[in-house]
Design a protein around this ligand. Sequence first.
Ligand code: GLA
Length: 387
Amino acid sequence: MNISVILLSRITEIFRQHFGVPAFIVRSPGRINLIGEHTDYNLGFVLPASIDKAVYIAINKRDDKEINLVAVDLNESFNTSLDTIQYTDKQWPNYILGVVDQLQKKGYILSGFNAVVAGDVPLGAGLSSSAAVECATAYALNELFVLELTKKAMIQLSQKAENEFVGVQCGIMDQFASMFGKKEQVIRLDCRSLEYEYMPFDTLDNQIILFDTGVKHSLASSEYNLRRQECEAGVAIIQKKYPQVQSLRDADMQMVNTCLPAGDDAIYRRCKYVVEEIQRVQDACTDLIQQDIASFGKKMFATHEGLSRLYEVSCPEADALVTMVTNHPAVLGARMMGGGFGGCTINIMKREKIEELINIVTQKYSEQFGRVLKTYIVNIDNGTSLV
Ligand code: GLA
């Protein structure tokens, strides 16, 4: 049986045991990002897609102000009230409560609700399970309370929930990809205007495979917030000479070289990476239009180099996984994906060599790190919707 069918019957059954019949179930997927890393909060371009691994939320309304939540995969529950919403050390409820908090702050009137959450997005693997939970919640509450929010409003609200309630200063990419994803298409998103277009991604000959480092870095969110501050510091310096520069999107390498001391300076390296990456995404989109996946893949390797050496958000495991596939004729592109400090590498591989490559990399990874490598074969699927 299909995994999503199993998940759906499980979530419905658990909902029935706790709360009766759900009003409906919402599916919201995890995401991959082909290229354009750490460019979203610098108002550049990204090229993500939603995948065939998702979070499901079953929900119904209550007459009182209670919020009752059950996380099937963690076998945990959490209860609170609309009047006493606050951050909890349990973590997982925060992605739901953060969205409720944002809605209440915006003046929307809600009643209590029951919700059961389950899914098959691997946790802490950099596939944005948290954004998927936020988008699923926003979409479900919008339906349940007929709030008439647009998809863009739901995304912005979800991002704000993560920024303000969870405390990670993330950009808009993950929520956008989860909500707006489309089967077999990648999304070219301009993170400044939020204009976007779908571009076909050839999965006939090539397969997207993720290698999970298994590293869940505890510094990830604080280092992430620090990178964001370093970029802002770079903009403040460049602005003194070029007042038109409001974000690194507006800067070019000539400005960076003129205003910042080259070499070892951290701010210089962060800005260099971002300015180059924003350009790389645009060039990579041209490759896609020309169906030149080989050139596209080379840019992924270049992104990895920049993320590892200039932006310094990789880790030895991700570097090793990329090195293992570099120069392999069946691997078109590979790089670390997402915020960094662990999580997955994303690889584009020729279909006929998948099994062979997975075996080689798994073997090498276990020799080098003494750990079993998890691999995920992912397909590009539709974004958030009612089931
Ligand atoms: C995380 C954030 C995104 C984005 C990526 C890096 O996934 O949530 O907003 O900044 O890191 O590209």
